[in-house]
Ligand binder design. Structure first.
Ligand SMILES: Nc1nc2c(ncn2[C@@H]2O[C@H](COP(=O)(O)OP(=O)(O)OP(=O)(O)O)[C@@H](O)[C@H]2O)c(=O)[nH]1
Ligand SMILES: [Mg+2]
Length: 615
């Protein structure tokens, strides 16, 4: 369990942490000199009865709210510390708003410095604080009264923390590993060390890791959690990773360590749901510049709300990031105004890698159930998502089964992709329509070449493939030797059978010196000669010896017979064939090659002999 502090400057957060853990904090020289906390402090927490946790102590000074947010992102439980002599102050309110925006589940209000005030006053402060927190979305206990000086109330507080820790649901180890970095330093003998709270998943010594953004690769050399060396980092614990392969200078707060088995990537835009605080100075309108705090990262963004969001209101927006971050669907964030630097709201990430242009915003994008969110995420992309990215996009745990299509049938799997069925349906309809159009334009053709159809669909190859397959399965299309046709289609020649016969007649008359397709087109004035002859060839009436020259089948029989006669007497000399049939070389050579291909003749140097098919 990660316990964190929150509260106004000087209200006694660090003194409370020291009293609880016995661990000194505020160890920077400047912190000592100024008597305030500047950076995050971490201390192991031994609650007794074998229950251990970690404490993150944050600064209360208004200049360091960004540091507070970086620390608070990993809290399981917040100690909202209020000094009895001052009561609720501006950063008490601001820190509370941050805890609420980050959806920290649990809180214990702590009224400290009880030794400094009269009992009546104390009662008043406690009552006011309890009232203030009554409607908070963070589930707050009734306030605990303590003093770090006298030790009053500390046992009570420890008992509360123990009870909460025992009830806390353990996080799944199976999920994708992610650790937002809050500190990086180097240690002699270990090398680069990064620390943070492991948000999800687990990692072991020896495992490969990636550092994002920037995508550096390294390997875990050592792991420490709550001050002890371990073999494996557990989700939800304070973790220090010694990493080989990454230089100290390459890492800083805001970077994220992930495991390479899940396709994490940095993003330059986020689609989000924003809640603007009632105290925000002005509405959020197009292109408002703001600071986004996500995990331990702080980056400048331009907010593009779908509609202006008034103070106290909610709305959807796209954030354009000036520096990339690593995000996951469902992540909570805080928004602070650019100037003055105050917390204005926060929200939840709906799509961490939004499609570039003209994205739709289905209602389910903000649904509470990950399954519905995933469907919306798939549907808003023109060609779906890679199933491996589903846990990142939707925020559902790896292994939650959401990399499979949902039972409602709106999404299906094609290879490794999840895609909206509607997209495949559209492509399938388009395929059928294209083939239909092809038939209208080329009635004499058997159908549309498959390759032409695939290209004409103008979708990724895997979508075209799946769409054509669907059309075939539903019996709308038939595939036949690389040709697609509508089921039930039969090629038709304009003018009908007499026109087919007329062409065949011409070829028969021409014998072994037939006109080419182009010559036939000129002779007959038709543009569908090639298609008509392909049809006639399908019926065995003619045959293409060259790509653009067809012969009547009777002429080819006569040629084969002549070759056989010559061959039976000995070698087949081309000149002898030419003399016998009275044809020029232009026709003879392709005809001999045709006979070779048929096995009627076999080539032997310049001459030929009869092949196996000749007998
Ligand atoms: N009398 C009394 N003094 C306290 C108590 N707790 C803290 N103090 C004093 O209050 C001052 C501020 O305490 P810190 O613990 O540094 O306050 P903080 O909330 O951590 O301050 P920041 O981190 O700078 O926001 C110090 O001088 C402490 O000695 C307490 O319970 N009783
Ligand atoms: Mg402090």
């Amino acid at each position: 369990m990660i316990v964190g502090t929150a509260g106004h400057i000087d209200h006694g957060k660090s003194a409370l942490v020291t009293a609880l853990t016995g661990h000194p904090v505020d160890r920077l020289v400047e912190e000592r000199r100024r008597g305030i906390t500047i950076d995050l402090n971490f201390a192991p927490l031994d609650l007794g009865e074998g229950i251990f946790g970690g404490v993150v102590d944050v600064p209360g000074h208004e200049d360091f709210v960004r540091t507070m947010v970086a620390g608070a992102s990993g809290f399981d439980l917040a100690l909202l510390v209020v000094a009895a002599d001052e009561g609720v102050m501006p950063q008490t309110e601001e820190h509370l708003a941050i805890l609420e925006q980050l959806a920290i589940p649990l809180g214990v209000p702590v009224v400290t410095k009880a030794d400094l005030v009269e009992p009546d006053w104390l009662e008043l402060v406690v009552a006011e604080l309890a009232e203030r927190l009554r409607r908070s979305p963070v589930q707050f206990d009734p306030p605990v009264v303590v003093s770090a000086v006298t030790g009053q109330g500390l046992d009570d507080l420890r008992a509360r923390l123990r009870a909460h820790a025992a009830r806390l649901a353990p996080r799944s180890r199976v999920d994708a590993f992610r650790l937002p970095v809050d500190r990086a330093f180097s240690v002699a003998g270990v090398g680069t060390v990064v620390t943070g709270t492991a948000w999800s998943g687990s990692i072991a010594v020896g495992d490969p890791v990636r550092l994002l953004p920037g995508d550096l690769e390294g390997r875990v050399r050592s792991i420490e959690t709550h001050g002890r060396a371990v073999e494996r980092a557990e989700p939800g614990s304070r973790t220090a990773l010694g990493i080989a392969g990454i230089e100290r200078a390459q890492v800083r707060r805001g970077h994220v360590v992930v495991a390479p088995d899940v396709p994490w990537s940095a993003t330059g835009a986020l689609d989000v749901e924003i809640a603007l605080l009632p105290t925000a100075p002005r509405p959020l309108v197009g292109r408002t510049r703001a600071r986004l705090h996500l995990g331990t990262a702080e980056v400048m963004v331009r907010v593009q709300p779908r509609a202006p969001i008034p103070p106290g209101g909610r709305g959807l927006a796209r954030l354009r990031l000036e520096t990339p971050v690593v995000a996951r669907g469902g992540d909570r964030f805080v928004l602070r105004s650019w100037s003055p630097m105050t917390t204005i709201g926060g929200g939840r990430i709906l799509d961490p890698l939004p499609p570039a242009r003209r994205a739709t915003w289905p209602d389910d994008l903000a649904a509470p159930e990950p399954a519905r969110r995933l469907r919306a995420l798939v549907e808003r992309r023109p060609f779906g998502i890679d199933a491996a990215a589903a846990p990142i996009l939707s925020g559902a745990a790896v292994g939650a089964g959401l990399d499979q299509p949902l039972p409602d049938g709106a999404v299906c799997t094609v290879g490794t992709r999840l895609v909206a069925v509607a997209i495949l349906e559209r492509a399938t309809d388009a395929a059928v329509r294209l083939v239909d159009e092809f038939h209208r334009r080329h009635a004499a053709e058997r159908g549309m070449p498959l390759e032409t159809l695939r290209r004409a669909l103008r979708v990724p190859e895997w979508v075209a493939e799946a769409a054509i397959e669907r059309a075939v399965r539903s019996r709308a299309l038939t595939l036949d030797g690389g040709i697609a046709r509508l089921a039930g289609f039969t090629p038709r020649v304009e003018g009908g059978e007499p026109e087919v016969q007329r062409l065949i007649q011409i070829l028969q008359t021409a014998g072994l010196m037939p006109p080419s397709v182009a010559e036939l087109e000129r002779e007959t004035g038709r543009r569908d000669v090639a298609a008509t002859l392909r049809l006639a060839a399908g019926r065995g009436l003619v045959e293409a010896v060259e790509r653009d020259r067809y012969y009547a089948i009777e002429a080819l029989h006569r040629f084969a017979e002549t070759v056989r006669e010559i061959g039976r007497a000995g070698e087949i000399q081309p000149a002898a064939v030419r003399e016998r049939l009275g044809i020029s070389r232009k026709y003879l050579i392709p005809l001999l090659e045709w006979a070779d291909a048929r096995g009627i003749t076999v080539r032997a140097g310049e001459t030929r002999r009869l092949g196996r098919a000749a007998h």
